[in-house]
Design a binder for this molecule. Structure first.
Ligand SMILES: *[C@@H]1O[C@H](CO)[C@@H](O)[C@H](O)[C@H]1NC(C)=O
Length: 311
């Protein structure tokens, strides 16, 4: 587990946070964009679906030039460059990163589809309401992720980062609720406030002071690590209580860390569509589903422990 966490941590340290990329500095790219933009005043308006997704003649020039230069590079076997921190993906229906959008939506659906299972299986178990909140937060997070990958703007980026952070934090919160078997409102309220305060400070800092990518990543890494530790403790407790599936949180966390590890291999997208980031989103789809199965199974098992005589 610490291996998983440590791995995650090293990985985060190794990821470059560069938002101007080698492609932006290419003379051919700069010339292309400049030349294209000069024609923007007399150019005919963009297709309706592009305008709907807030493409402008200028941003379309940027896209067209990325694609043109990339196609030329590929034709002669030259390496593909990144532009503005991203690979030059093929745009589909005005969607910037179609693969990441599809995978984000599927992740969101995994949360949504768990609603019934959580609602119907846990009757009065205290974990039930927290899992319902998890469904709402998870769905919101992946909705924001989909929107961000449809069109990358400062606002959609913030929504994506802030919701992702609350998701990471909420996993930690759920773990704490589980470890201490918090079943009264007062106790959970204290933990919730203890989590909410740093979150509010985090969001305020990023939105009011400085949108600092390095710091944001560190903050998520630290909370992610803490969450790994808490779920490790859940596993150990479950092992001591001879829960037959005590190992599941460990497996899920290691799988999540490994999936995140895909991000480190920042390879040029295959089929001009699937990059490491989209694969990380793809990998979490089954993991989300397995988390819910585990969380519900675990809560049921816990309820069963409470009153073994009644079975
Ligand atoms: C991209 O290439 C196509 C075909 O070669 C050309 O018609 C178009 O003008 C180019 N676009 C830009 C923005 O240079």
């Amino acid at each position: 587990m610490f291996l998983g966490g440590g791995f995650l941590f090293l990985l985060l340290l190794s990821i470059r946070v560069v938002w101007a990329s080698s492609g932006d500095r290419q003379i051919s790219f700069q010339h292309c964009v400049q030349h294209c933009k000069q024609k923007c005043t007399e150019a005919k308006p963009l297709a309706f679906h592009l305008r709907l997704l807030l493409w402008t003649c200028e941003s379309d020039c940027d896209y067209q030039c990325q694609r043109n230069i990339t196609l030329r590079a590929q034709a002669i076997g030259k390496p593909v460059h990144q532009y503005h921190g991203k690979w030059p993906f093929i745009r589909i229906m005005g969607v910037q990163e179609p693969a990441s959008v599809v995978f984000s939506i599927l992740n969101g659906l995994m949360h949504l589809k768990s609603w019934k299972m959580v609602k119907n299986n846990l009757s009065t178990h205290p974990m039930r309401k927290w899992l319902c909140v998890f469904v709402v937060l998870g769905t919101w997070t992946w909705f924001c992720s989909a929107v961000f990958h449809i069109r990358d703007f400062p606002l959609t980026e913030k929504l994506d980062y802030f919701s992702a952070a609350i998701n990471v934090l909420y996993m930690f919160f759920l773990g704490i609720v589980r470890v201490f078997r918090l079943d009264n409102w007062r106790q959970t309220q204290i933990v919730a406030i203890a989590c909410a305060i740093p979150y509010i400070l985090h969001v305020s800092y990023l939105s009011l002071v400085k949108f600092d990518y390095g710091y944001n990543m560190m903050a998520n890494a630290v909370v992610g690590l803490l969450s790994n530790v808490v779920w490790l403790v859940v596993s150990i407790q479950a092992f001591r209580n001879s829960q037959p599936f005590w190992w599941k949180p460990i497996v899920l966390i290691v799988l999540t860390d490994l999936a995140f590890g895909l991000e480190a291999f920042d390879f040029a997208p295959f089929m001009d569509t699937f990059d490491a980031h989209s694969l990380w989103h793809a990998a979490t789809i089954p993991i989300v589903s397995q988390w819910y199965n585990y969380l519900v199974e675990d809560a049921k098992w816990d309820a069963h422990l409470e009153k073994p005589h009644k079975n």
